[in-house]
Design a protein around this ligand. Structure first.
Ligand code: GRF
Length: 200
Protein backbone atom coordinates (compact mmCIF):
# COMPACT_ATOMS: atom_id res chain seq x y z
CA UNK A 1 0.00 0.00 0.00
CA UNK A 2 1.41 3.41 -1.01
CA UNK A 3 1.62 6.29 1.44
CA UNK A 4 0.34 9.79 0.75
CA UNK A 5 1.63 12.89 2.53
CA UNK A 6 -0.55 16.01 2.52
CA UNK A 7 0.74 19.55 2.93
CA UNK A 8 -1.77 22.30 3.67
CA UNK A 9 -2.00 25.79 5.11
CA UNK A 10 -5.72 26.49 5.43
CA UNK A 11 -9.26 25.24 4.94
CA UNK A 12 -8.22 21.84 3.59
CA UNK A 13 -11.24 21.01 1.45
CA UNK A 14 -9.08 19.36 -1.22
CA UNK A 15 -7.42 17.26 1.47
CA UNK A 16 -10.88 16.27 2.75
CA UNK A 17 -12.01 15.21 -0.71
CA UNK A 18 -8.92 13.02 -1.07
CA UNK A 19 -9.40 11.60 2.45
CA UNK A 20 -13.02 10.73 1.68
CA UNK A 21 -11.97 8.85 -1.43
CA UNK A 22 -9.29 7.01 0.52
CA UNK A 23 -11.89 5.98 3.14
CA UNK A 24 -14.26 4.88 0.39
CA UNK A 25 -11.54 2.70 -1.12
CA UNK A 26 -11.52 4.69 -4.37
CA UNK A 27 -7.92 5.69 -3.74
CA UNK A 28 -6.00 2.60 -2.72
CA UNK A 29 -3.46 4.26 -0.47
CA UNK A 30 -2.99 5.47 3.07
CA UNK A 31 -2.73 9.08 4.21
CA UNK A 32 0.39 8.61 6.31
CA UNK A 33 0.92 12.24 7.37
CA UNK A 34 -0.74 15.66 7.16
CA UNK A 35 1.61 18.61 7.63
CA UNK A 36 0.69 22.26 8.03
CA UNK A 37 2.90 25.30 8.28
CA UNK A 38 0.08 27.08 10.13
CA UNK A 39 -0.97 25.80 13.53
CA UNK A 40 -4.44 27.29 13.14
CA UNK A 41 -5.19 25.68 9.76
CA UNK A 42 -8.74 24.24 9.87
CA UNK A 43 -7.53 21.39 7.64
CA UNK A 44 -5.14 20.27 10.37
CA UNK A 45 -7.99 20.00 12.85
CA UNK A 46 -10.09 18.03 10.36
CA UNK A 47 -7.19 15.62 9.90
CA UNK A 48 -6.86 15.24 13.69
CA UNK A 49 -10.55 14.46 13.99
CA UNK A 50 -10.20 11.85 11.26
CA UNK A 51 -7.54 10.18 13.37
CA UNK A 52 -4.75 10.88 10.91
CA UNK A 53 -1.18 11.59 11.90
CA UNK A 54 -0.71 15.36 11.85
CA UNK A 55 2.24 17.65 12.28
CA UNK A 56 2.47 21.41 12.61
CA UNK A 57 5.87 22.53 11.42
CA UNK A 58 6.20 26.28 11.93
CA UNK A 59 7.84 28.13 9.07
CA UNK A 60 8.19 31.54 10.71
CA UNK A 61 11.74 32.80 10.92
CA UNK A 62 13.26 29.76 9.20
CA UNK A 63 15.20 29.88 5.97
CA UNK A 64 13.35 28.16 3.15
CA UNK A 65 15.85 25.32 2.74
CA UNK A 66 16.02 24.68 6.48
CA UNK A 67 12.23 24.51 6.67
CA UNK A 68 11.95 22.30 3.61
CA UNK A 69 14.57 19.88 5.02
CA UNK A 70 12.45 19.55 8.14
CA UNK A 71 9.29 18.79 6.18
CA UNK A 72 11.14 16.36 3.88
CA UNK A 73 12.52 14.53 6.93
CA UNK A 74 9.02 14.19 8.39
CA UNK A 75 7.62 12.91 5.07
CA UNK A 76 10.48 10.46 4.59
CA UNK A 77 10.05 9.34 8.22
CA UNK A 78 6.43 8.51 7.40
CA UNK A 79 7.61 6.65 4.26
CA UNK A 80 5.58 8.88 1.98
CA UNK A 81 5.52 7.90 -1.70
CA UNK A 82 3.38 10.74 -3.04
CA UNK A 83 3.20 14.31 -1.72
CA UNK A 84 -0.04 16.25 -2.34
CA UNK A 85 0.04 20.01 -1.95
CA UNK A 86 -3.49 20.98 -0.94
CA UNK A 87 -3.56 24.72 -0.46
CA UNK A 88 0.01 24.80 0.86
CA UNK A 89 0.86 28.48 0.61
CA UNK A 90 4.60 28.14 0.18
CA UNK A 91 6.90 27.75 -2.79
CA UNK A 92 8.99 24.60 -2.51
CA UNK A 93 12.76 24.95 -2.77
CA UNK A 94 14.76 22.70 -5.11
CA UNK A 95 15.86 20.81 -1.98
CA UNK A 96 12.25 19.68 -1.51
CA UNK A 97 11.46 19.03 -5.17
CA UNK A 98 14.62 16.93 -5.61
CA UNK A 99 13.75 14.83 -2.53
CA UNK A 100 10.55 13.64 -4.29
CA UNK A 101 11.30 13.86 -8.01
CA UNK A 102 8.10 13.58 -10.06
CA UNK A 103 6.20 12.59 -6.94
CA UNK A 104 4.69 15.89 -5.80
CA UNK A 105 1.25 17.00 -7.02
CA UNK A 106 -0.30 20.47 -6.77
CA UNK A 107 -3.76 21.79 -7.52
CA UNK A 108 -4.12 25.25 -9.04
CA UNK A 109 -7.46 27.05 -9.51
CA UNK A 110 -6.97 28.07 -13.16
CA UNK A 111 -6.23 26.48 -16.51
CA UNK A 112 -2.44 26.63 -16.48
CA UNK A 113 -0.37 28.10 -18.03
CA UNK A 114 -2.96 30.90 -17.67
CA UNK A 115 -3.07 32.77 -14.37
CA UNK A 116 -0.30 31.17 -12.28
CA UNK A 117 0.46 32.41 -8.78
CA UNK A 118 -1.90 33.92 -6.24
CA UNK A 119 -5.57 34.89 -6.69
CA UNK A 120 -5.96 32.88 -9.88
CA UNK A 121 -9.77 33.14 -9.86
CA UNK A 122 -9.60 36.95 -9.57
CA UNK A 123 -6.98 37.06 -12.32
CA UNK A 124 -9.32 35.08 -14.61
CA UNK A 125 -12.32 37.28 -13.80
CA UNK A 126 -10.35 40.52 -14.27
CA UNK A 127 -8.92 39.29 -17.58
CA UNK A 128 -12.39 38.53 -18.89
CA UNK A 129 -11.92 34.93 -19.99
CA UNK A 130 -15.17 33.05 -20.70
CA UNK A 131 -13.86 29.75 -19.36
CA UNK A 132 -11.52 28.96 -16.52
CA UNK A 133 -11.01 25.87 -14.40
CA UNK A 134 -8.38 24.02 -12.48
CA UNK A 135 -5.19 22.06 -13.04
CA UNK A 136 -3.46 19.24 -11.21
CA UNK A 137 0.20 19.18 -12.12
CA UNK A 138 3.43 17.55 -11.08
CA UNK A 139 5.58 20.02 -9.17
CA UNK A 140 8.91 20.98 -10.69
CA UNK A 141 11.28 23.73 -9.64
CA UNK A 142 9.23 26.54 -11.23
CA UNK A 143 6.02 28.12 -9.97
CA UNK A 144 2.93 26.29 -11.30
CA UNK A 145 4.96 25.08 -14.29
CA UNK A 146 5.18 21.28 -14.01
CA UNK A 147 3.64 18.67 -16.35
CA UNK A 148 -0.17 18.69 -16.33
CA UNK A 149 -1.92 15.53 -15.10
CA UNK A 150 -5.56 16.64 -15.17
CA UNK A 151 -7.57 19.76 -16.01
CA UNK A 152 -11.25 20.65 -15.79
CA UNK A 153 -13.04 23.56 -17.44
CA UNK A 154 -15.85 25.69 -16.00
CA UNK A 155 -17.69 28.62 -17.62
CA UNK A 156 -17.25 32.17 -16.33
CA UNK A 157 -20.70 33.76 -16.08
CA UNK A 158 -21.52 37.46 -16.47
CA UNK A 159 -22.82 37.67 -12.91
CA UNK A 160 -19.83 35.87 -11.37
CA UNK A 161 -17.93 37.24 -8.40
CA UNK A 162 -14.59 35.84 -7.21
CA UNK A 163 -16.61 33.83 -4.67
CA UNK A 164 -19.08 32.25 -7.10
CA UNK A 165 -16.40 31.47 -9.67
CA UNK A 166 -14.13 30.01 -6.96
CA UNK A 167 -16.95 27.76 -5.72
CA UNK A 168 -17.65 26.45 -9.24
CA UNK A 169 -13.95 25.74 -9.75
CA UNK A 170 -13.56 24.17 -6.29
CA UNK A 171 -16.17 21.48 -7.02
CA UNK A 172 -14.06 20.43 -10.02
CA UNK A 173 -10.84 20.60 -7.98
CA UNK A 174 -12.25 18.06 -5.55
CA UNK A 175 -13.06 15.70 -8.43
CA UNK A 176 -9.88 15.93 -10.50
CA UNK A 177 -7.41 15.95 -7.61
CA UNK A 178 -8.49 12.45 -6.58
CA UNK A 179 -8.42 11.28 -10.20
CA UNK A 180 -4.84 12.49 -10.52
CA UNK A 181 -3.86 10.88 -7.20
CA UNK A 182 -5.26 7.55 -8.46
CA UNK A 183 -3.26 7.80 -11.69
CA UNK A 184 -0.07 8.40 -9.71
CA UNK A 185 -0.73 5.78 -7.02
CA UNK A 186 -1.63 3.15 -9.60
CA UNK A 187 1.44 4.07 -11.66
CA UNK A 188 -0.65 4.63 -14.78
CA UNK A 189 1.17 7.59 -16.31
CA UNK A 190 4.48 8.44 -17.82
CA UNK A 191 6.00 11.76 -18.79
CA UNK A 192 7.08 12.50 -22.37
CA UNK A 193 8.71 15.92 -22.43
CA UNK A 194 6.05 18.11 -20.85
CA UNK A 195 3.24 15.70 -21.63
CA UNK A 196 1.72 13.33 -19.13
CA UNK A 197 0.36 10.34 -21.01
CA UNK A 198 -1.39 7.14 -19.97
CA UNK A 199 0.81 4.07 -20.01
CA UNK A 200 -0.31 1.62 -22.69
C1 GRF B 1 -7.68 25.78 -3.73
O1 GRF B 1 -8.40 26.71 -4.49
C2 GRF B 1 -6.46 25.31 -4.47
O2 GRF B 1 -6.66 25.27 -5.85
C3 GRF B 1 -5.43 26.35 -4.13
O3 GRF B 1 -5.69 26.69 -2.80
C4 GRF B 1 -7.04 26.42 -2.49
C5 GRF B 1 -7.04 25.49 -1.31
O4 GRF B 1 -8.33 25.21 -0.84
N1 GRF B 1 -4.12 25.84 -4.37
P1 GRF B 1 -8.53 24.08 0.25
O5 GRF B 1 -7.63 24.43 1.43
O6 GRF B 1 -8.15 22.77 -0.36
O7 GRF B 1 -9.97 24.15 0.64
Amino acid sequence: MKNIGILLSGRGSNFEAIARNVSAGKIQAKIALVVSNRGQAPGLETACKMGLRTLFIASKGKEREVYDQEVVAALKGAQVDLVCLAGFMRILSPVFVRAFPGRILNIHPALLPAFPGLDAQKQALDYGVKFSGCTVHIVDEGMDTGPIVRQAVVPVLDEDTVETLSARILAEEHRIYSEAVCLMIEDKIRIEGRRVVLKK
